[in-house]
Design a protein around this ligand. Structure first.
Ligand code: F6P
Length: 538
C-alpha cells in the first residue's frame, strides 16, 4: 500500500497545479474552443429514455492535461484493480475484514459473488411483505389496513429511505404515508406519533446492528405507545412491528416476531444500504416496478463504472476532480446544490456518504495519511440556498467548489399533473445555469463592494427528469465517486471507527447522569456542564 503523495503522478500534478493556478477560469473557459468538448461528458443510456445525463466539468479549474494527469495517477494507484476488487467481493474493508457488496444488491442473479441467492431470497421476502402492506392484506391487530409506516432508524438506516422516498414522492403508488423517526431528542418521536392512529400504524425498526441507542430507545417508546393503546396481546407486536437488521437475535429480544425480521448483512455498509431491506419503506411506497427501476438505474452506473475506460468514466472523473480540488488546489469544502425541491435531502445523504466514508486519517496499511482526505461536504437546494448562503459562495474569502444538479423536465410532468402554463421550472433552470456562470466569470465594477471575482469552480450535472431510474443512477454516481476518492487516498472508505468514541463517552455520561451522579472522573469543562445541567433541569 503506498502513500499517494509518493507517486510520480502526484508530483506531476503538484507541478501542474502551480502552473495552472496562474490562470483564471474566465480565460480558460472563453479562450479554448475545444475545452467544452474535452471537459464535458454525455452518459447515454440505451436501456432507459430517462437515463441520459450531461456532465459539464468545463467550469472546473482544470484543463485536458489536468484530466490526463489525474487519470495517470489513478492508473499508478491501480484504480482498475481496486474497482475489480470491489465488484468481485475482495476484502476491501480491511479493518473489519469484509468485502463491500452493495453493487451485488442491484444485480441479484448476475453478480460475481456468492451472495446472489440470499440477496434474491431476501428481496422476494421484503417485496412480498411490502405488497401485502400496500394491498391491505397485512392488517393491524384490530383488523384495520395499514395507512402509516414509521421508519425508526438513524444514519444509513434513515437518510437513504428518507431521501429517496421524498425524491420519488410522485412515484408512490401507495395511498398511505411514511414517517421517519431518527433523533434521540424526544421531540422527534413525540411529534411523529401525536396524531397517529395506532390501529393502522406499522413500525419498521431499521438498524443493521440493532445496538444503536437512538433507534432502540425510540423503538421501545413505539412499543409502549402501541401497547398502551392496543393492549399487550401478542397480536399487537406481531402486526405492528417489523425489523430490518443483521442482528435478528436482538430484534427477537425486543419482541419482534421472527417472520417480521428482514436481513441485511455485515458486507453492506449502512450508508451504502439503500438497495437492501433497509429500503423496505420504499418498496412499500413505490411498489415493485418503481423500486426495480431505481435499482436498474444504479446497476447501469455500476456497469459503466466497471467497464468504461477511466478517461471517460463519469464517477471516476467526479472523484478525480474532487481529489484535484482538495489536494492540489487546496479547497477544503465541497457544496452539493440540487436545483430540485424533491432532492432536498440529497445533500444530507451525501454528507454521510462522503464524510463518513472518506473522513479518515489512516492509510490502509495503518500509517497516518500525509494528504488531506474528505472535504467538508455541505449543501442546500436551489433556489432557496441562493437567498441564504450563496453570498459567501460569490464573494466570501473561502472558495467552495460546487456540484450543481438540475433536470430538464419538472418531476410533476411525469405524472401528468403539471399545469404547463406554470413558468417556475424554466426559471429554476435559468437560475441554476446563471449561478455557475456568475461564479466562474464574475463581474467587474468600480467598487469592491459590487465586484465578483469569479474563478469559482463548479460541475453541472444535467439530467432529463428526476424519476426512479435516474435517481438510482445519481446515487450510484456518488457512491462510486466516493469509492474512487478513497481508492486514490488509499484509505478504508467502509469503516467508521471515529464515531465510536463519542458513543462510548455518551454512555458513561448517561450513566453518571441517571445513576451514579459521580462526575469526578470527568474533565473540568464536562463536570461544570453536568452540574449546571443538573441544577437547571429541576
Ligand atoms: O454511528 C454511525 C453508524 O454506524 C452509521 O454508519 C450507520 O449508518 C448508523 O450508525 C446506524 O447504524 P445501525 O443501522 O446499526 O443502527
Amino acid at each position: 500500500m503506498i502513500d499517494p503523495t509518493d507517486t510520480q503522478q502526484w508530483k506531476e500534478l503538484s507541478r501542474h497545479s502551480s502552473e495552472l493556478k496562474a490562470n483564471n477560469l474566465k480565460e480558460l473557459l472563453l479562450g479554448d474552443s475545444s475545452r467544452l468538448e474535452d471537459l464535458s461528458f454525455r452518459f447515454n443510456d440505451e436501456r432507459n429514455p430517462w437515463g441520459d445525463f450531461y456532465i459539464d466539468f468545463s467550469k472546473q479549474m482544470i484543463t485536458k492535461e489536468t484530466l490526463n494527469l489525474l487519470v495517470a495517477l489513478a492508473y499508478e494507484l491501480e484504480l482498475p484493480r481496486k474497482i475489480n476488487d470491489l465488484f468481485t467481493g475482495e476484502t476491501v474493508n480491511i479493518s473489519e475484514n469484509r468485502p463491500a457488496l452493495h453493487t451485488a444488491l442491484r444485480s441479484p442473479g448476475t453478480s460475481e459473488v456468492d451472495v446472489d441467492d440470499i440477496i434474491r431470497s431476501e428481496l422476494r421476502k421484503t417485496m412480498n411483505f411490502a405488497s401485502e402492506v400496500r394491498d391491505g392484506g397485512w392488517r393491524g391487530a384490530t383488523g384495520k389496513e395499514i395507512s402509516t409506516v414509521v421508519n425508526i432508524g438513524i444514519g444509513g438506516s434513515h437518510l437513504g429511505p428518507l431521501m429517496t422516498s421524498t425524491a420519488l414522492k410522485d412515484y408512490a403508488i401507495w395511498d398511505g404515508s411514511l414517517r421517519f423517526v431518527s433523533n434521540i431528542d424526544p421531540s422527534d418521536i413525540v411529534s411523529k406519533l401525536e396524531d397517529l392512529d395506532p390501529e393502522s400504524t406499522l413500525f419498521i425498526i431499521n438498524s443493521k446492528s440493532f445496538a444503536t441507542k437512538e433507534t432502540i430507545k425510540n423503538a421501545e417508546t413505539a412499543i409502549k405507545w402501541l401497547q398502551k393503546r392496543l393492549g399487550s396481546g401478542e397480536e399487537v407486536l406481531k402486526k405492528h412491528l417489523a425489523a430490518v437488521t443483521a442482528n435478528a437475535e436482538k430484534a427477537v429480544q425486543l419482541g419482534i416476531q421472527e417472520n417480521n425480521i428482514f436481513s441485511i448483512w455485515d458486507w453492506v455498509g449502512g450508508r451504502f444500504s439503500i438497495f437492501s431491506s433497509v429500503g423496505l419503506t420504499l418498496m412499500i411506497a413505490l411498489g415493485s416496478l418503481h423500486y426495480e427501476m431505481l435499482r436498474d438505474g444504479a446497476r447501469s452506473i455500476d456497469n459503466h463504472f466497471r467497464s468504461v475506460d477511466l478517461s471517460e468514466n463519469i464517477p471516476v472523473l467526479m472523484g478525480l476532480i474532487g481529489i484535484w480540488n482538495r489536494n492540489f488546489l487546496g479547497y477544503e469544502n465541497h457544496a452539493v446544490l440540487p436545483y430540485s425541491e424533491d432532492l432536498k435531502y440529497f445533500p444530507s445523504y451525501l454528507e454521510q456518504l462522503e464524510m463518513e466514508s472518506n473522513g479518515k486519517n489512516t492509510l490502509q496499511n495503518g500509517e497516518k495519511v500525509t494528504a488531506h482526505t474528505s472535504p467538508i461536504v455541505l449543501g442546500g437546494i436551489g433556489t432557496k440556498a441562493q437567498h441564504s448562503f450563496f453570498q459567501l459562495l460569490h464573494q466570501g474569502t473561502t472558495i467552495i467548489p460546487i456540484d450543481f444538479m438540475v433536470f430538464s423536465q419538472p418531476t410533476w410532468n411525469s405524472m401528468g399533473r403539471l399545469d404547463k402554463s406554470l413558468p417556475q421550472h424554466e426559471i429554476l433552470v435559468a437560475n441554476c445555469f446563471a449561478q455557475s456562470k456568475a461564479l466562474a466569470l464574475g463581474s467587474s465594477h468600480d467598487s469592491n463592494h459590487h465586484n465578483a471575482d469569479g474563478n469559482r469552480p463548479s460541475t453541472t450535472i444535467l439530467g432529463k427528469r428526476l424519476e426512479p431510474y435516474s435517481l438510482g443512477q445519481l446515487i450510484a454516481f456518488y457512491e462510486h465517486k466516493v469509492f474512487t476518492m478513497g481508492a486514490i487516498w488509499n484509505i478504508n472508505s467502509f469503516d467508521q471507527e471515529g464515531v465510536q468514541l463519542g458513543k462510548s463517552i455518551a454512555e458513561d455520561i448517561g450513566n453518571a447522569i441517571s445513576t451514579t451522579k459521580d462526575y469526578s472522573s470527568f474533565d473540568p469543562s464536562t463536570r461544570s456542564l453536568l452540574s449546571i445541567y443538573d441544577e437547571w433541569k429541576r
